[in-house]
Write a protein that binds this ligand. Structure first.
Ligand SMILES: [Zn+2]
Length: 234
């Protein structure tokens, strides 16, 4: 696939489809592939991780036509991105709201900075899958049936794949990040756990802590290659 010239990447060349709506009524957008969906890449499930949305948008904007096989969601949590909150407009950490066996009502605590204690509390939702952003993403994945899903996060600087598969190994090698089997602490109700229980192969791609310019240099080429189809799938 021929990539667009630099003067053309200011805007997206394709319109998304709407696969649902957020708590505040914002459209949840997916850029669908031209052919069968082999891979879904999503960003911005945590509204404080806007660098993932910017990097994935940069990669998508390099394409002058739909990816042959890759679906893209730039913002799983658009209300959080607009408001600058990790959770959605209900104060729910969407990555703890998936219907997993270990889903818990226990508030999830995250760090305000990388070295701070885990003291910032968010809810996990009124029930598993209660949040519209999570329910819509699950419906989308059930419809698209991708062979794998790459979930973008920051800033843990690793590629997390319980299966340690070829796709994760390829991303780790290309991104220069370590391949790990888990992030080292329990994540009840997370997307990755949901995937493991529902036959969806999830690779969590955690950017390192850095500015946008760094991510554009280091991660946009990797994401672009995933969109055009250089990487192995599973
Ligand atoms: Zn995250």
């Amino acid at each position: 696939m021929k990539l667009r010239a630099p003067q053309d990447i200011g805007t997206l060349s394709m319109e998304p489809e709407v696969y649902g709506h957020s708590v505040l009524g914002r459209p949840l957008e997916v850029w669908r592939p031209a052919g069968a969906c082999k891979l879904l890449i999503h960003a911005g499930i945590h509204g404080e991780e806007g660098e993932t949305t910017v990097a994935l948008s940069r990669a998508l904007r390099a394409l002058g036509e739909p990816s042959p096989h890759c679906a893209v969601v730039l913002a799983v949590n658009p209300d959080g991105l607009v408001r600058g909150t990790r959770g959605n407009a209900n104060g729910v950490d969407l990555n703890r709201n998936f219907a997993t066996r270990d889903w818990s009502t226990e508030p999830v605590r995250h760090r305000s900075t990388l070295e701070a204690p885990r003291e910032v509390a968010l809810r996990t939702g009124s029930a598993p899958g209660s949040e519209p952003e999570v329910a819509a993403l699950v419906r989308l994945i059930e419809e698209l049936k991708p062979e794998a899903v790459v979930a973008l996060h920051a800033p843990l600087a690793c590629i997390d794949d319980a299966k340690q598969g070829k796709l994760a190994a390829w991303i780790a090698e290309r991104a220069g990040l370590p391949l790990v089997p888990d992030v080292g602490y329990p994540t009840p109700g997370s997307f990755g756990t949901w995937g493991g229980e529902h036959g969806v192969h999830v690779v969590t791609y955690e950017f390192e802590m850095a500015g946008i310019d760094h991510h554009v240099r280091r991660h946009v080429p990797v994401l672009t290659e995933l969109l055009v189809g250089v990487a192995p799938w599973s």
